[in-house]
Design a protein around this ligand. Structure first.
Ligand SMILES: Nc1ncnc2c1ncn2[C@@H]1O[C@H](COP(=O)(O)OP(=O)(O)O)[C@@H](O)[C@H]1O
Ligand SMILES: Nc1ccn([C@H]2C[C@H](O)[C@@H](COP(=O)(O)OP(=O)(O)O)O2)c(=O)n1
Ligand SMILES: [Mg+2]
Length: 231
Protein backbone atom coordinates (compact mmCIF):
# COMPACT_ATOMS: atom_id res chain seq x y z
CA UNK A 1 0.00 0.00 0.00
CA UNK A 2 1.21 3.52 -0.80
CA UNK A 3 1.96 6.19 1.75
CA UNK A 4 2.65 9.78 0.96
CA UNK A 5 6.18 10.44 2.10
CA UNK A 6 6.72 14.06 1.14
CA UNK A 7 4.75 16.93 -0.22
CA UNK A 8 5.52 18.07 -3.71
CA UNK A 9 5.79 21.58 -5.03
CA UNK A 10 3.97 22.70 -8.14
CA UNK A 11 5.72 25.17 -10.33
CA UNK A 12 3.68 26.72 -13.05
CA UNK A 13 5.65 29.04 -15.20
CA UNK A 14 2.94 30.22 -17.57
CA UNK A 15 -0.40 31.35 -16.25
CA UNK A 16 -3.06 33.92 -16.93
CA UNK A 17 -6.21 34.83 -15.08
CA UNK A 18 -9.76 35.31 -16.33
CA UNK A 19 -12.49 37.08 -14.39
CA UNK A 20 -16.10 35.93 -14.53
CA UNK A 21 -19.35 36.45 -12.70
CA UNK A 22 -21.14 33.70 -10.83
CA UNK A 23 -24.20 34.20 -8.63
CA UNK A 24 -23.52 37.93 -8.32
CA UNK A 25 -19.89 37.49 -7.23
CA UNK A 26 -16.79 37.99 -9.31
CA UNK A 27 -14.33 35.11 -9.38
CA UNK A 28 -10.88 35.05 -10.81
CA UNK A 29 -9.75 31.82 -12.43
CA UNK A 30 -6.09 31.14 -12.99
CA UNK A 31 -5.61 29.19 -16.15
CA UNK A 32 -2.47 27.15 -16.19
CA UNK A 33 -0.66 25.75 -19.12
CA UNK A 34 1.32 22.63 -18.67
CA UNK A 35 4.72 21.68 -19.84
CA UNK A 36 6.76 18.64 -18.93
CA UNK A 37 8.25 20.15 -15.82
CA UNK A 38 4.95 21.21 -14.36
CA UNK A 39 3.55 18.09 -12.82
CA UNK A 40 5.25 16.35 -9.96
CA UNK A 41 7.05 13.12 -10.68
CA UNK A 42 5.16 10.26 -9.07
CA UNK A 43 6.93 7.57 -7.17
CA UNK A 44 5.66 4.22 -6.01
CA UNK A 45 6.09 5.31 -2.39
CA UNK A 46 3.38 7.96 -2.54
CA UNK A 47 0.04 8.24 -4.34
CA UNK A 48 -0.32 10.46 -7.38
CA UNK A 49 -3.84 11.85 -7.20
CA UNK A 50 -5.78 13.53 -9.98
CA UNK A 51 -9.21 14.99 -9.25
CA UNK A 52 -11.54 15.13 -12.26
CA UNK A 53 -14.12 17.90 -12.08
CA UNK A 54 -16.85 19.09 -14.40
CA UNK A 55 -20.62 19.34 -14.55
CA UNK A 56 -22.96 16.42 -15.19
CA UNK A 57 -22.40 15.16 -18.73
CA UNK A 58 -19.22 17.16 -19.29
CA UNK A 59 -17.44 13.91 -20.24
CA UNK A 60 -15.46 13.11 -17.07
CA UNK A 61 -16.07 9.36 -17.14
CA UNK A 62 -15.42 9.14 -20.88
CA UNK A 63 -12.08 10.96 -20.62
CA UNK A 64 -11.10 8.98 -17.50
CA UNK A 65 -11.38 5.74 -19.50
CA UNK A 66 -8.94 7.18 -22.05
CA UNK A 67 -6.51 8.36 -19.37
CA UNK A 68 -6.58 4.91 -17.74
CA UNK A 69 -5.78 3.29 -21.07
CA UNK A 70 -2.96 5.69 -21.94
CA UNK A 71 -1.37 6.31 -18.55
CA UNK A 72 -2.29 3.37 -16.32
CA UNK A 73 -4.30 5.18 -13.66
CA UNK A 74 -6.87 3.50 -11.44
CA UNK A 75 -10.25 5.14 -12.04
CA UNK A 76 -12.31 5.84 -8.93
CA UNK A 77 -15.68 7.37 -9.79
CA UNK A 78 -17.42 8.78 -6.70
CA UNK A 79 -20.80 8.39 -8.43
CA UNK A 80 -20.09 4.74 -9.32
CA UNK A 81 -19.08 4.01 -5.71
CA UNK A 82 -22.31 5.57 -4.44
CA UNK A 83 -24.40 3.63 -7.00
CA UNK A 84 -22.61 0.44 -5.97
CA UNK A 85 -23.47 1.21 -2.36
CA UNK A 86 -27.16 1.55 -3.29
CA UNK A 87 -27.10 -1.71 -5.25
CA UNK A 88 -25.43 -3.58 -2.39
CA UNK A 89 -28.35 -2.76 -0.09
CA UNK A 90 -26.08 -1.08 2.46
CA UNK A 91 -27.42 0.86 5.44
CA UNK A 92 -26.72 4.14 3.64
CA UNK A 93 -28.34 2.95 0.37
CA UNK A 94 -31.75 4.57 0.68
CA UNK A 95 -30.35 7.94 1.81
CA UNK A 96 -27.84 7.92 -1.06
CA UNK A 97 -30.58 7.04 -3.57
CA UNK A 98 -32.89 9.86 -2.50
CA UNK A 99 -29.99 12.33 -2.43
CA UNK A 100 -28.97 11.39 -5.98
CA UNK A 101 -32.58 11.54 -7.21
CA UNK A 102 -32.91 15.04 -5.79
CA UNK A 103 -29.69 16.11 -7.52
CA UNK A 104 -28.01 16.84 -4.20
CA UNK A 105 -24.60 15.91 -2.78
CA UNK A 106 -24.22 12.94 -0.45
CA UNK A 107 -22.58 13.79 2.93
CA UNK A 108 -18.81 13.87 2.50
CA UNK A 109 -18.15 11.40 5.28
CA UNK A 110 -19.89 8.64 3.28
CA UNK A 111 -18.19 9.43 -0.03
CA UNK A 112 -14.70 9.93 1.40
CA UNK A 113 -14.90 6.61 3.26
CA UNK A 114 -15.79 4.81 0.02
CA UNK A 115 -12.92 6.52 -1.85
CA UNK A 116 -10.48 5.74 0.94
CA UNK A 117 -11.42 2.05 0.88
CA UNK A 118 -10.85 1.90 -2.89
CA UNK A 119 -7.48 3.62 -2.65
CA UNK A 120 -6.29 1.41 0.17
CA UNK A 121 -7.26 -1.79 -1.56
CA UNK A 122 -5.46 -0.86 -4.78
CA UNK A 123 -1.90 -1.85 -5.65
CA UNK A 124 -1.68 1.12 -7.98
CA UNK A 125 -0.40 4.50 -6.83
CA UNK A 126 -1.88 6.61 -9.67
CA UNK A 127 -5.50 7.52 -9.00
CA UNK A 128 -8.10 9.40 -11.02
CA UNK A 129 -10.82 10.50 -8.64
CA UNK A 130 -13.79 11.35 -10.84
CA UNK A 131 -16.70 13.58 -9.75
CA UNK A 132 -15.00 14.59 -6.54
CA UNK A 133 -14.76 17.01 -4.77
CA UNK A 134 -18.10 18.50 -5.71
CA UNK A 135 -18.09 21.01 -2.87
CA UNK A 136 -15.73 22.66 -0.42
CA UNK A 137 -17.12 20.30 2.20
CA UNK A 138 -16.06 17.33 0.02
CA UNK A 139 -12.62 18.84 -0.50
CA UNK A 140 -11.95 19.51 3.17
CA UNK A 141 -13.22 16.08 4.24
CA UNK A 142 -10.83 14.39 1.79
CA UNK A 143 -7.87 16.41 3.01
CA UNK A 144 -8.68 15.66 6.64
CA UNK A 145 -9.28 11.95 6.15
CA UNK A 146 -6.70 11.06 3.52
CA UNK A 147 -4.22 13.67 4.73
CA UNK A 148 -3.15 14.87 1.32
CA UNK A 149 -4.03 17.10 -1.61
CA UNK A 150 -4.36 16.16 -5.27
CA UNK A 151 -1.32 16.55 -7.51
CA UNK A 152 -3.37 17.55 -10.56
CA UNK A 153 -6.95 18.80 -10.97
CA UNK A 154 -8.71 18.55 -14.34
CA UNK A 155 -11.80 20.64 -14.99
CA UNK A 156 -13.91 19.81 -18.03
CA UNK A 157 -15.62 23.06 -18.92
CA UNK A 158 -18.81 22.49 -20.90
CA UNK A 159 -21.81 24.70 -21.75
CA UNK A 160 -25.02 23.77 -19.90
CA UNK A 161 -26.98 23.11 -23.07
CA UNK A 162 -24.41 20.56 -24.21
CA UNK A 163 -24.32 18.88 -20.77
CA UNK A 164 -28.14 18.56 -20.74
CA UNK A 165 -28.13 17.07 -24.24
CA UNK A 166 -25.46 14.52 -23.33
CA UNK A 167 -27.08 13.48 -20.05
CA UNK A 168 -30.50 13.03 -21.66
CA UNK A 169 -28.91 10.81 -24.33
CA UNK A 170 -26.67 8.87 -21.92
CA UNK A 171 -28.95 5.86 -21.83
CA UNK A 172 -27.38 4.08 -18.87
CA UNK A 173 -30.65 3.73 -16.93
CA UNK A 174 -29.54 6.19 -14.24
CA UNK A 175 -32.24 7.56 -11.89
CA UNK A 176 -30.73 11.05 -12.21
CA UNK A 177 -30.64 11.23 -16.01
CA UNK A 178 -33.94 13.06 -16.39
CA UNK A 179 -34.70 16.73 -17.03
CA UNK A 180 -35.91 17.54 -13.49
CA UNK A 181 -32.86 16.08 -11.74
CA UNK A 182 -30.41 17.51 -14.28
CA UNK A 183 -31.84 21.02 -13.70
CA UNK A 184 -31.30 20.64 -9.95
CA UNK A 185 -27.83 19.17 -10.47
CA UNK A 186 -26.83 22.14 -12.61
CA UNK A 187 -28.05 24.60 -9.98
CA UNK A 188 -26.10 22.81 -7.26
CA UNK A 189 -23.07 22.51 -9.51
CA UNK A 190 -23.17 26.28 -10.08
CA UNK A 191 -23.45 26.99 -6.39
CA UNK A 192 -20.87 24.54 -5.00
CA UNK A 193 -18.38 23.85 -7.78
CA UNK A 194 -16.87 27.28 -8.35
CA UNK A 195 -15.28 27.71 -4.92
CA UNK A 196 -13.52 24.35 -5.44
CA UNK A 197 -12.35 25.35 -8.93
CA UNK A 198 -11.14 28.67 -7.62
CA UNK A 199 -9.28 27.03 -4.74
CA UNK A 200 -7.27 24.72 -6.98
CA UNK A 201 -6.76 27.42 -9.54
CA UNK A 202 -5.12 29.62 -6.92
CA UNK A 203 -2.94 26.71 -5.88
CA UNK A 204 -1.72 26.32 -9.47
CA UNK A 205 -3.15 22.83 -9.84
CA UNK A 206 -6.09 23.45 -12.15
CA UNK A 207 -6.11 22.44 -15.80
CA UNK A 208 -9.23 23.80 -17.45
CA UNK A 209 -10.16 21.94 -20.60
CA UNK A 210 -12.78 23.02 -23.09
CA UNK A 211 -15.03 19.95 -23.18
CA UNK A 212 -16.73 20.71 -26.51
CA UNK A 213 -15.56 18.61 -29.44
CA UNK A 214 -15.18 14.94 -30.18
CA UNK A 215 -13.94 12.56 -27.47
CA UNK A 216 -10.61 12.23 -29.28
CA UNK A 217 -10.21 15.98 -29.78
CA UNK A 218 -10.70 16.52 -26.07
CA UNK A 219 -8.32 13.74 -25.15
CA UNK A 220 -5.62 15.41 -27.28
CA UNK A 221 -5.90 18.37 -24.89
CA UNK A 222 -5.66 16.07 -21.87
CA UNK A 223 -2.75 13.96 -23.08
CA UNK A 224 0.00 16.62 -22.76
CA UNK A 225 -0.87 17.13 -19.10
CA UNK A 226 0.13 13.55 -18.33
CA UNK A 227 2.81 13.18 -20.99
CA UNK A 228 5.63 13.25 -18.42
CA UNK A 229 4.15 10.13 -16.79
CA UNK A 230 4.93 6.73 -18.19
CA UNK A 231 2.25 4.03 -18.13
N1 LIG B 1 -16.96 14.82 -26.38
C1 LIG B 1 -18.18 14.27 -26.37
N2 LIG B 1 -19.06 14.58 -27.31
C2 LIG B 1 -20.31 14.04 -27.32
N3 LIG B 1 -20.75 13.17 -26.39
C3 LIG B 1 -19.90 12.84 -25.40
C4 LIG B 1 -18.58 13.37 -25.33
N4 LIG B 1 -17.96 12.85 -24.25
C5 LIG B 1 -18.86 12.05 -23.66
N5 LIG B 1 -20.02 12.02 -24.36
C6 LIG B 1 -21.25 11.30 -24.03
O1 LIG B 1 -21.97 12.13 -23.12
C7 LIG B 1 -22.53 11.36 -22.07
C8 LIG B 1 -21.95 11.83 -20.72
O2 LIG B 1 -20.57 11.50 -20.68
P1 LIG B 1 -19.91 11.03 -19.33
O3 LIG B 1 -18.51 10.64 -19.64
O4 LIG B 1 -20.78 10.03 -18.65
O5 LIG B 1 -19.92 12.42 -18.51
P2 LIG B 1 -19.82 12.72 -16.97
O6 LIG B 1 -19.10 11.58 -16.33
O7 LIG B 1 -19.06 14.02 -16.89
O8 LIG B 1 -21.22 12.89 -16.50
C9 LIG B 1 -22.21 9.89 -22.39
O9 LIG B 1 -23.31 9.33 -23.07
C10 LIG B 1 -21.00 9.99 -23.30
O10 LIG B 1 -20.92 8.91 -24.22
N1 LIG C 1 -18.67 13.67 -4.75
C1 LIG C 1 -19.88 13.20 -5.11
C2 LIG C 1 -20.06 12.56 -6.36
C3 LIG C 1 -21.32 12.12 -6.70
N2 LIG C 1 -22.35 12.29 -5.84
C4 LIG C 1 -23.72 11.88 -6.18
C5 LIG C 1 -24.51 13.09 -6.58
C6 LIG C 1 -24.36 13.07 -8.08
O1 LIG C 1 -25.38 13.80 -8.70
C7 LIG C 1 -24.43 11.57 -8.36
C8 LIG C 1 -23.84 11.09 -9.66
O2 LIG C 1 -22.48 11.47 -9.72
P1 LIG C 1 -21.60 11.13 -11.01
O3 LIG C 1 -20.24 11.68 -10.82
O4 LIG C 1 -21.73 9.70 -11.32
O5 LIG C 1 -22.40 11.99 -12.09
P2 LIG C 1 -21.93 12.51 -13.51
O6 LIG C 1 -21.01 11.50 -14.07
O7 LIG C 1 -21.29 13.86 -13.32
O8 LIG C 1 -23.22 12.64 -14.28
O9 LIG C 1 -23.73 10.99 -7.26
C9 LIG C 1 -22.16 12.91 -4.61
O10 LIG C 1 -23.08 13.07 -3.84
N3 LIG C 1 -20.91 13.34 -4.26
MG1 LIG D 1 -19.56 10.35 -14.73
Amino acid sequence: MWRRVASVSHLFSHSKSTKFNQGGSTFKIWETFTSESEIPTPSKGSPFITFVLGGPGSGKGTQCAKIVEAFGFTHISAGDLLRREIASGSAYGSVILSTIREGKIVPSQVTVQLIQKEMESSDNYKFLIDGFPRSEENRKAFEQTIGTEPDVVLFFDCPEQEMVKRVLNRNQGRVDDNIDTIKKRLEIFDELNWPVINYYSQRGKLHKINAVGTVDEIFEKVRPIFAPLSK
